[in-house]
Ligand binder design. Structure first.
Ligand SMILES: [Fe+2]
Ligand SMILES: [Fe+2]
Length: 251
């Protein structure tokens, strides 16, 4: 089977106003830079996944900007909400039928199974999964036991060694990680939200974040500290049943 490449973009935090900045970073320009960079690649990735905090102001226009920029590169894409997103507005722009806090879905990809779970609890900052969501995830994993699997989510399900961020860890992370541990087909758990690069192997499963598309914060800090303003993304390679990934920075 051909190698398959996924670009995970996260935390675009777009505004209706293209010139508005967030913590010094022009989020519209940063996403535009990433999209232009992807277009310029000799070999285009096969898929883009945007892992939440799509908008900062939840305006119709901000989600329209996301649609326009993503459509520009003619690469298939998926996305899902983060704590900053209003599903009711997303539904209008993208013609979805998502429920608030329940925009879970799954799909097959080149012999792999991909599970997207919605950890957002609008309008709270923290993330949580309902028992029903966990049950559905478990059932879906059971049905696709023989396929190598990736999980995408917004909030971090493991401690990332920053006191202020670790207070915001997925509320029922223990229950979630128990499900992950008992499904040996899972190769990776990928998330956003923390605006920094995190990578850890836990029981042979890769837990990793994509950097934010807008500003980054310094890892391993007591309090929120901006690190840099340019964008990055995680490039994922699926080769047979092997998962690998690395972070790419875009100037
Ligand atoms: Fe964010
Ligand atoms: Fe977030």
């Amino acid at each position: 089977m051909e190698k398959y490449h996924i670009v995970q973009i996260s935390d675009t935090h777009l505004f209706g106003d293209k010139n508005q900045k967030i913590n010094g970073s022009n989020s519209y320009q940063n996403l535009k830079n990433v999209i232009n960079h992807l277009i310029s690649l000799e070999k285009n990735p096969d898929l883009i996944v945007v892992s939440g905090d799509l908008s900062q102001d939840c305006t119709f226009e901000s989600y329209q900007h996301l649609a326009n920029l993503l459509n520009r590169c003619k690469i298939k894409y998926y996305f899902f909400p983060g704590n900053h997103d209003d599903v009711n507005v997303i539904n209008k722009v993208f013609d979805m039928n998502w429920m608030q806090d329940k925009a879970d879905y799954s799909f097959d990809l080149n012999g792999w199974s991909v599970n997207v779970i919605d950890t957002s609890v609008y309008p709270e900052v923290g993330g949580e999964l309902s028992d029903k969501q966990l049950k559905t995830l478990e059932e879906n994993l059971k049905q696709n036991k023989n396929k190598p699997t990736i999980i995408f989510m917004h909030h971090h399900p493991v401690l990332v060694n920053s006191r202020w961020l670790d207070k915001m860890i997925l509320k029922n992370a223990d229950k979630f990680n128990a499900v992950i541990k008992s499904n040996l087909q899972i190769k990776a758990v990928l998330f956003g939200h923390i605006h920094q690069v995190f990578e850890k192997d836990i029981n042979g499963i890769f837990y990793g974040s994509a950097p934010a598309c807008c500003y980054q914060v310094l890892p391993k800090t007591e309090t929120f500290t901006i690190e840099k303003l340019n964008a990055g993304y995680r490039l994922i390679e699926l080769d047979g049943d092997k998962f690998s990934s690395r972070v790419i920075w875009v100037d």
